[in-house]
Design a protein around this ligand. Structure first.
Ligand SMILES: Cc1ncc(C[n+]2csc(CCOP(=O)(O)OP(=O)(O)O)c2C)c(N)n1
Ligand SMILES: [Mg+2]
Length: 550
């Protein structure tokens, strides 16, 4: 290992310091990490430049926290993990960030270049392994490139289809030094091409001609900062809106054009569907019937053609914010389709009425829908909800409504259990004045429970509500109905996760009855500590699922 000290080279800074400087100038305020000798220079560099270091208990959580940061702030989240096992532990989060377009920058340590192939401690060619999980993966060759490449990695993560970027740094390059660059690198993301005016005109004509138009919008609208433009389009042309992923909250509950509960009817009977910033993946039955009407024409808008595997009349790819603004202007004055909207409103109201039996249930063990209704009643309008689990999160996804985007985080289409505590801690760090509520299944809770230690040490008072049904419900119920038996689908009943959190220095309570939930939440928030309200839930309360998740 070649170590150059700062005193020997007057104006130079080691690679860790140069990367930290690039991060700082790009706006990074937090570095999520777990110690390892291979990454000491980035830790010292971050400390020197005033970047707050949050050291977690598993590298998966470091990378998930970076992802959670990205989801809440739309900035590039940053994690540093040690060579070998540090990087392999971060891979689930890289994959989840890729599936959800989350802009993150993961910096890995790496065995020394000078001894490459000789079998150094934790030697592994990470780049070959993470290439398929990232937009870009590279190894830093020299200190001279450290600042510029780190800046470029952040820009890549935030450009066009946002996503994860990985760079590893051989330990000999990490401890090497170079001069501090004079100018700040240009960090403005590339948003993609401006919309083609002819395509906008055609899309506006299709909207005007449609009898039963509907919009499904998704995460790219959030990542493109285009929620205002989406709302303008929907309002201008009286278009019914359904959302998924990070587009949740783009219209508030009760908005006359928002149909979260009538999606089946809206998309299933539409003659024109605007597919805006959303992949046609399993959540939308790949754009096929019965979720998408067989004969519906499609107008597709997104940053690129990712997962748009159904023929469209017009496709507008590139700068989504500019395209939505242009289409909102071009489609203005489209008349309201009164009977179509009335039909959707009736369906929406009927679906909400049907849920009341679950959300008002007085049963003990508690019905998960009642638990979620109680938590929502208790929450502030700007509270951030994080979901981590199976059926419990499906209930939450259906029942929790947010009045702005960015207030609901879940794993997205990759669906990795265990991301919740890291997302929640990032959300609380980004918005210390807001309530952050983690809704966790009991199974999900087990993956990252030690992060309550991280939250205690760093004073990050997230309140976790566990829907403790003693089973992996989202597997157990479908297994029973499809196979007539269940295997490896049970957990311990009434496990005291609250005591676990208490033992780590947090606040914990066990709850058995619905009327205990509100007061317990009050005490949890007043404690000022990371908290766990461990609620015993009914294992027989199956989520009413209409499709198999595959
Ligand atoms: C890392 C990971 N392992 C396994 C799964 C498969 N899986 C999806 S939901 C689920 C059950 C979750 O159980 P729990 O968190 O207790 O929530 P519940 O369904 O009981 O409400 C499992 C095992 C997954 N999505 N991610
Ligand atoms: Mg469970």
């Amino acid at each position: 290992m070649r170590v150059r000290s700062g005193q020997l080279v007057d104006d130079s800074v080691n690679t860790g310091g140069l990367i930290a400087l690039a991060l700082k100038r790009a706006g990074t305020r937090h570095l999520f990490t777990l110690n390892g000798g291979h990454i000491w220079p980035i830790l010292t560099g971050a400390a020197e430049h005033g970047i707050r270091i949050i050291d977690v208990r598993h590298e998966q959580s470091a990378a998930f926290a970076a992802e959670g940061w990205a989801k809440v702030t739309r900035e590039c989240g940053v994690a540093a993990v040690t060579a070998g096992p540090g990087v392999t532990n971060a891979m689930s989060a890289l994959a989840q960030a890729q599936a959800g377009d989350s802009p993150i920058f993961v910096i890995g340590g790496r065995a020394p270049e000078a001894r490459w192939g000789m079998g150094s401690l934790q030697e592994m060619d990470h780049v070959a392994v993470v290439k398929s999980l990232t937009k870009k993966a590279l190894t830093l060759a020299s200190p001279e490139e450290a600042y510029g490449l780190a800046a470029e990695c952040m820009r890549t993560a935030l450009s066009r289809r946002t996503g994860p970027v990985f760079m590893d740094v051989p330990i000999d390059a990490f401890f090497g030094a170079a001069d501090v660059p004079e100018a700040t690198e240009h960090l403005t993301p590339d948003l993609g091409p401006a919309p083609d005016p002819d395509a906008i005109t055609l899309a506006a004509r299709l909207i005007r001609e449609a009898e039963r138009p509907a919009v499904i919008a998704g995460g790219s609208v959030w990542w493109s900062h285009a929620e205002t433009e989406l709302t303008r389009l929907v309002d201008a042309a009286h278009l019914p809106l359904c959302v998924n992923g990070m587009a949740r909250g783009m219209l508030p509950r009760g908005h006359p054009l928002f149909f979260p509960r009538a999606r089946g009817l809206a998309l299933g009977e539409a003659d024109l569907i605007l597919v805006i910033g959303v992949p046609l993946d399993f959540r939308l039955n790949f754009g096929q019937p019965p979720v998408f009407a067989e004969g519906a024409k499609l107008v597709v808008m997104d940053v690129d053609d990712h997962r748009k595997h159904r023929r469209s009349e017009v496709a507008i790819y590139g700068d989504l914010k500019a395209a939505l603004a242009a289409l909102a202007g071009a489609a203005a004055g489209t008349p309201e389709r009164v009977s179509w909207l009335d039909k959707l409103r009736q369906s929406e109201a009927a679906s909400r009425r049907r849920d009341q039996a679950m959300t008002q249930s007085d049963s003990s063990p508690v019905h998960p829908a009642r638990l979620i209704a109680e938590v929502e009643r208790f929450s502030d309008p700007d509270a951030i909800f994080v979901g981590d689990g199976g059926d419990f999160v499906s209930f939450a996804g259906r029942l929790v409504e947010r009045s702005q985007p960015g207030l609901w985080l879940d794993p997205g289409p990759y669906g990795c259990l265990g991301s919740g505590p890291a997302y929640a801690m990032a959300a609380k760090l980004a918005h210390p004045d807001r309530q952050v509520i983690l809704l966790s299944g009991d199974g999900a809770f087990g993956f990252s429970a030690m992060e309550f230690d991280t939250m205690v040490r760093h004073r990050i008072p997230v309140v976790c509500v566990i829907g403790n049904n003693g089973i992996w419900a989202l597997e157990k119920h479908p297994m029973m109905s499809m196979l007539g038996l269940s295997i490896a689908a049970d957990l311990g009943p009434r496990t005291r996760y609250d005591k676990l959190v208490e033992s780590l220095g947090g606040y914990g309570e066990l709850v058995d009855r619905p009327e205990q939930i509100g007061p317990a939440l009050g005490r949890a928030f007043r404690s000022g500590l990371p908290a766990c309200i461990n609620t015993i839930c009914d294992p027989d309360a199956e989520y009413p699922r209409s499709s198999v998740l595959m």
